[in-house]
Ligand binder design. Structure first.
Ligand code: AMP
Length: 226
């Protein structure tokens, strides 16, 4: 990847159901544009692993494929967004997921004088998401994503990116929870597409194609939004 480093704090949002590739693409955009990937799912999983009060509250909801309360998620996001590295610009992956969260983000950004450069809807076929999610796993060392059917490492069990040999699967990436997660997406997150359309910052990509092609399409949108 070439590094087009941007000079002012941009805010990009990736919208899309579980399995759309938000995490994979956010990592690539982070590398290409010097933006910080900010995933509320990752922050919540760290809170669960660390046994924090928020993590304890969130665990059962996450295991069931529901949405963690706005209060917890907004507090976690606000803390992370306030850290110095986020001044180089952020790409939000998995946040906001409700209108309440979107409104809270608007208020937070007003306070810091930032604006949303683009909210990008990653459009996919629901039917394909179950297979995408239930086969995916990541390198425990660097987070590179793999898939049982679509993207295996060159050497089985060894990460192409960092050479790590420990791979992990998310506890909620099971066929049973995917249905709940998709349902939560359609009921609570999909309305954000029109929320951002009304604000004039919505863009969309067809996220069913090849990973590299989607990265190019997203990169063009990001470049044009800066
Ligand atoms: P993700 O890694 O984005 O797929 O998120 C994993 C799980 O964390 C979701 O299924 C939710 O239970 C929870 N979660 C992550 N982000 C949010 C959010 N913005 N609002 C509510 N729950 C969230």
């Amino acid at each position: 990847m070439d590094g087009d480093v941007i000079t002012r704090p941009a805010v990009l949002i990736l919208l899309g159901p579980p399995g759309a590739g938000k995490g994979t693409q956010a990592r690539r955009l982070e590398e290409k544009f010097g933006l910080i990937q900010l995933s509320t799912g990752d922050l919540l999983r760290a809170a669960v692993a660390g046994g924090t009060p928020a993590g304890k509250d969130a665990k059962a909801v996450m295991d069931a494929g529901g949405l963690v309360s706005d209060e917890i998620v907004i507090a976690i996001l606000r803390d992370r967004l306030g850290e110095d590295d986020c001044l180089q610009g952020v790409i939000l992956d998995g946040f906001p997921r409700t209108t309440v969260q979107a409104e809270a983000l608007d208020i937070l950004l007003d306070e810091t004088g930032q604006r949303i450069n683009a909210a990008i809807s990653m459009d996919v076929d629901d039917a394909a998401m179950v297979e995408r999610i239930s086969g995916r796993y990541t390198c425990a060392g660097c987070g590179e994503g793999y898939h049982d059917s679509f993207k295996q490492p060159d050497v089985a069990g060894t990460c192409d990116n960092c050479g790590g040999t420990e791979m992990k699967r998310r506890a909620d990436d099971t066929a049973e929870t995917v249905a709940s997660r998709l349902e939560a997406y359609h009921a609570q997150t999909a309305p954000l597409v029109s929320y951002y359309q009304t604000k004039g910052v919505l863009a969309s990509v067809d996220a069913m194609g090849a990973i590299d092609e989607i990265t190019v399409a997203l990169g063009d949108i990001v470049t044009n939004s800066l």
